[in-house]
Design a protein around this ligand. Sequence first.
Ligand code: SAM
Length: 268
Amino acid sequence: MLSYQHAYHAGSFADVLKHVTLCLICDYMGQKESPLFYLETHAGRGNYDLTSPMAQKTMEYKTGAGLFWKNKEKLPAVFNSWMEVIHKYNSDTLQLYPGSPLFALHRLREQDRFNFCELHPGEFYFLKNLNNQHKSVQYLFKDGIAHMNAALPPKEKRGLIFIDPSYELKQEYQLIPDKIMQSYKKFATGVYCLWYPIINQRENQAFIKNLRTNHVENQLNIEFLLDPQPQTGMIGTGLWIFNPPHILQEQMDEVLATLRLYCHFWQA
Ligand SMILES: C[S@@+](CC[C@H](N)C(=O)[O-])C[C@H]1O[C@@H](n2cnc3c(N)ncnc32)[C@H](O)[C@@H]1O
């Protein structure tokens, strides 16, 4: 039984990096008129109330999206499309933080097709009731990793696969990169974006080493480390992207510089 609830972490600095990157990739891929397939293996509930007891318990959004909301007039243009989606759900104060499904639904187009997988019954209940205007959306109460293998290659021949696991099971650090490589072999032109937490350097090194032993030509690894580093918990966050848009590296340099400016370790 899964117990992870993203509501405790919604809008954290890790979500900022993850969702800004997702919006940038969607915007780039959406420039080409032909339809694409968007697959999300670990969708969560799709939208988070920051006044809920869960968000208020950790207040992680205060050192993430909350800071960016406060400074929204000063942010560089690479944050615009991410902030545009957040604006759709908020007016003066930041109360709702969209999850990755909403960022993708807003940044992609009517001609695109969406699959969102979620295995937690409580999270799935909210996910399947997400309000959206798109016709081609399927919410699937399924193991997203198994579905990734079954759904690829897509009929559209263009695809973005967003993989945001909760890593509740230690073996996922080994299993998920292996499964991505299997899917990549079936659909080598897809864009794959994997998120991971950086918890302690040694554990992270083994995971990264495993990811590096692939033969994918075009890939990008982005990491952000908190400064100063907390003694426990997450000290940073990373993304591993196969077939990234060619402009992404430059855009991410600006995103990371801005994160370094705003996001510092903070003890509640
Ligand atoms: C980090 S959260 C997702 C957050 C979401 N992507 C976002 O950014 O808004 C991970 C989610 O994956 C779900 N989950 C865990 N294992 C899964 C699996 N094998 N297949 C589908 N969902 C899974 C968990 O219940 C949890 O809701």
